[in-house]
Design a protein around this ligand. Structure first.
Ligand code: KIV
Ligand code: ZN
Length: 541
């Protein structure tokens, strides 16, 4: 298999060296649209800082017209991030474009991303517009955006189900109006790689945009083909790839940027392309996104999964020990995941602890580091040393989960285990006031969750409950993941502790806080049950 980048030099690829791919991260916009995910400003800033540190070319920070919260997030990121382009999404409507320009006002390198759908089904049923009206909206939208920002990207939503001739016409119009990035989305994840390659070639050749215009791809993963489609687009000459960390996003998600980047890097013999992204930051940023969003990374996930570099079969272990390349095509170090997990212990200093926190993607204040360090030292007394997973659990659970916008804070619990009649008492705090209640259940988790439901006066449906160890050692912490559903809203939460009941309660409380946060954004009132204590567990008082 040899080098095959001959077709990657298609006309109009003017921005940046022809042999370079740019990455556009939309974790904070499209990624956050995943069910149950709701990141606050502080969480989005933490992720944006890490994306900037890994040299992400473009960070799509949000959709400013969507909500005041989204506006503030884009504004905060635009104010702080200076080394990546900061982008805000807008429909072709004047209000959206002005909101995006306003939110990006303090950005060093702002970009407005204007989009309108071009497929027959979207134009007829969603937009209720004729193709000519869509064409006119695209022109007007880009013209206005270009008058307010130095860089404009145009996306033809549902491009993969659009008529090619019309698509080419819309892109040409957008380029003439001043868009210098033309994005080809596979919005519903319908395309197949061979077909998408042909579509991208036809668009690039048909539009024949002037030098300086970059073609871009934005693929969704409904058929599990988003990375393959993104790579097919790159082969066709596209030089910007859009996606999210861990492939997080609505439905099947978006293209996982870490997978696209590592495919281009590992198969440089085929693509012959470079990029600016520091791949050694992929694993830490993946962990950070997973922890803040509450969306777990499957262990077998390519590039960043816990087992991505683990060899179980004896024959493989033998091969790797003899020569690593027998079974490894990438090195764990190249994605920032150390093969022998770095362990800090009771003799580690605050400096080493802080360095590790920064490597893992946490930029904490001095006070937060001091608090985390104290908890870490206490943990080392209990279990001698701590892994990356333990450190992350401390930060997300003990430091970041007590931000003021979080509603309930876990205080303590006590349990009397008695088989079918296990009793649990839980104490939470709400705005400084302590709230306690107790319930019985068929086991510790049912009893604890019944007590929690009594305290929060809600009966959320428990859609998912998982518990796993943060490392493979017998003294590992337990990490619980919970998904709750209430009034049409889903929320995920995680919690960790050396005590798995505590971890499970924390995960539940975390998910409840996120339910409230999402309900506030969507202006939904969470409804209390008709009768208190209607769950399977029974109340004691
Ligand atoms: O999937 C999509 O089409 C989008 C556009 C806004 C680019 O997210
Ligand atoms: Zn999308």
């Amino acid at each position: 298999m040899g080098k095959d980048n001959s077709e990657g030099q298609a006309g109009g690829q003017g921005a940046g060296p022809a042999g370079r791919v740019q990455f556009f991260d939309t974790t904070l916009r499209d990624g956050e649209q995943a069910a149950g995910v709701n990141l606050n400003v502080d969480e989005k800033l933490q992720i944006a800082r890490q994306l900037a540190r890994m040299n992400m070319d473009v960070i799509e920070a949000g959709f400013p017209a969507a909500s005041p919260g989204d506006f503030s997030c884009v504004q905060a990121i635009a104010r702080e991030i200076k080394t990546s382009t900061v982008c805000g999404l807008a429909r072709t409507r004047e209000g959206d474009i002005r909101a995006a320009a306003q939110a990006l006002a303090q950005a060093e390198n702002p970009r407005i991303h204007v989009f309108i759908a071009t497929s027959p089904i979207h134009m007829e049923y969603k937009l209720k517009m004729t193709p000519d009206e869509v064409l006119d909206q695209a022109r007007q939208g880009v013209l206005l955006a270009r008058s307010l920002a130095p860089e404009v990207e145009f996306s033809a939503e549902d491009a993969s189900r659009s008529d090619l001739e019309f698509l080419v016409k819309v892109f040409r119009t957008a380029a003439e109006a001043g868009a210098t990035i033309l994005n080809i989305p596979d919005t519903v994840g319908y395309a197949l790689p061979e077909e998408f390659y042909v579509l991208c070639r036809n668009v690039i050749e048909g539009v024949a945009a002037p030098a300086g215009v970059v073609y871009s791809v934005h693929a969704h993963n409904d058929l599990g083909l988003s990375v393959a489609n993104s790579l097919a687009a790159v082969r066709a000459g596209v030089r910007q790839v859009e996606g999210t960390i861990n492939g997080m996003g609505e439905r099947g998600g978006n293209s996982a940027l870490e997978e696209v980047a590592m495919a281009i890097r590992t198969r440089k013999d085929f693509y012959g392309l470079d990029f600016r992204l520091d791949t050694r930051r992929l694993y830490p940023v993946s962990r950070l996104v997973s922890r803040l969003s509450g969306v777990a990374v499957p262990p077998n996930k390519a590039v960043v999964g816990a087992n991505a570099f683990a060899h179980e079969a004896g024959i493989h272990q033998h091969g790797v020990l003899a020569k690593r390349e027998t079974y490894e095509i990438m090195r764990a170090e190249d994605v920032g995941s150390t093969p022998a997990v770095m362990v800090l212990g009771k003799h580690s200093g605050r400096h080493a602890f802080r360095d590790r926190l920064e490597f893992l993607g946490y930029n904490l204040t001095d006070t937060e580091v001091t608090r985390a360090f104290e908890i870490f030292k206490r943990l080392c007394d209990e279990k001698k040393d701590a892994t990356d997973g333990d450190i992350e659990a401390i930060v997300s659970d003990e430091i970041l989960s007590v931000q003021p916008e979080f509603r309930y804070e876990f205080k303590e619990y006590s349990m009397h285990v008695g088989g079918e009649n296990t009793t649990c008492t839980v104490t939470l705090s709400l705005e400084g006031k302590e709230l306690s209640d107790a319930a019985t259940g068929h086991g510790p988790i049912e009893a604890a969750y019944s007590a929690l439901k009594r305290i929060i006066h809600l009966q959320p449906r428990l859609e998912n409950f998982k518990i796993a160890a943060t490392s493979e050692r017998s003294n590992a912490m337990g990490e619980a993941q919970v998904t709750l559903a209430q009034d049409g809203i889903k929320a995920q939460g995680s919690g960790a502790s050396t005590d798995i009941i505590k971890a499970s309660i924390r995960a539940y409380v975390n998910a409840v806080n996120r339910l409230y946060a999402t309900a506030a954004v969507r202006k939904v009132a969470l409804t209390a049950p008709a009768a208190q204590g209607a769950g399977r567990g029974s109340a004691l008082r």
